[in-house]
Design a protein around this ligand. Structure first.
Ligand code: ADP
Ligand code: MG
Length: 363
């Protein structure tokens, strides 16, 4: 049982850099929380403050309700796994995992039980007598994870633990980490800059930008209901398509208009924009919500610039003025480059943003 609370935590480096700017978040017991954001946004600094490796400038950190802000790392009951596995090269896998348990003066038989338990969990049971040089990168990272969970930490911290692995291994390891978390049930904070990694393993995602939390939510929430242009752009691949449009009201309702299309909003969407008084907005549409239709139903006719077959689906890109727009369509019928396509927007998933504040409107 463990919770982690970060309360109004700020970290300054010198006078100019604010690496974490009044960050507050709560990680629930056994939760797998992912801290996501572009490089330099303050993820590692935040994690290091939780671990006690970095002093906080301001604010408090609580583990299980106990203020640990001024406690040294070894008194916080946390474990950390880094990008570079940092397992001891001269020790066998068994020795690596058991080292911290020995320091705790645990019984030999108890140590043996734990080592085998975590080795099973991380699928390295066959490798206990090897030294790190005899292991692949993926196996080394499993050892690092096994070593970290062997001490039954209250909070388990991981800083981009998969980024040194090749793409395919990274994808399979993230599934395994999720499964390990499911059996170890440790309260976890996992840092990554990779949105698809975050989406696939998180219970909840905290998105950081410029040292601040910009949105917190489940993967579904941050995907479907991005709180601002940054999140809508950062989450999802291909990213959300954005269109600058003018709101035009005529007798027949509310239209979103630019040089390329005139989209008449359904009443539900019109209602969402009731309180919005400006005449410009940024329309956000996910690639899968721009659909191929018959010419008679289309609001936009254009030409496929590039078609990328992906097996299960195809990505079709087209040009709209300066912009490249991408849509995700079913694999069949297969489109060809240069083919004329007729498009419509699925109205139930449209996103509206105030171009000045960049905030989502009408949620
Ligand atoms: N020890 C340090 N001294 C000065 N600036 C630092 C230090 N560590 C990190 N920073 C700065 O703090 C900001 C956040 O860094 P970091 O937490 O490593 O970001 P992330 O892990 O999200 O890539 C960056 O601008 C980085 O240059
Ligand atoms: Mg980092």
């Amino acid at each position: 049982m463990a919770t982690l609370e970060i309360i109004n935590v700020t970290k300054r480096f010198g006078r100019k850099v604010i690496a974490a700017d009044n960050v507050s978040l709560e990680v629930h017991d056994k939760e797998f929380l992912v801290l996501l954001g572009p490089s330099g946004c303050g993820k590692t600094t935040t994690l290091r403050m939780v671990a006690g490796l970095e002093e906080v400038t301001d604010g408090n950190i609580l583990i299980d309700g106990v203020d640990v802000t001024d406690l040294p790392p070894r008194k916080r009951n946390i474990s950390m796994v880094f990008q570079n596995y940092a397992i001891w090269p001269h020790m066998t896998v068994y020795e690596n995992i058991s080292y911290a348990l020995k320091l705790k003066r645990m019984e030999k038989s108890e140590i043996d039980r734990i080592v085998h338990e975590v080795a099973d969990m991380t699928k390295i049971g066959e490798l206990l007598e090897r030294i790190p040089a005899q292991l692949s990168g993926g196996q080394q990272q499993r050892v690092a994870v096994a070593r970290a969970i062997a001490v039954s930490p209250k909070v388990f911290l991981m800083d981009e633990p998969l980024s040194n692995l090749d793409a395919k291994l990274r994808v399979s390891m993230r599934t395994e980490l999720k499964a390990i978390h499911d059996s170890a049930k440790a309260t976890t904070v996992f840092v990554t800059h990779d949105q698809s990694e975050a989406m696939s393993i998180a219970d909840r995602i905290v998105i950081m930008r410029h040292g601040k939390i910009t949105q917190t939510g489940t993967p579904e929430e941050v995907y479907d209901k991005g709180a601002n242009l940054f999140v809508a752009d950062f989450i999802g691949t291909p990213p959300t398509n954005f269109f600058d449009v003018e709101l035009q009201r005529n007798g027949k309702g509310l239209h979103l208009v630019n040089s390329y299309f005139d989209l008449r909003l359904l009443p539900e969407n019109e209602a969402r924009l009731k309180g919005y008084n400006k005449d410009q907005l940024t329309l956000g549409v996910r690639p899968e919500n721009i659909i191929l239709v018959k010419k008679s139903k289309s609001i936009l006719d254009t030409t496929a610039l590039v078609v990328e077959p992906q097996g299960s689906h195809q990505v079709i890109a087209f040009r709209l003025g300066e912009k490249i727009i991408k849509i995700v369509a079913p694999a069949l019928p297969k489109m060809e480059m240069g083919e004329t396509i007729h498009l419509d927007f699925q109205q139930e998933s449209l996103r509206f943003f105030d171009p000045e504040s960049t905030l989502a409107i009408g949620d």
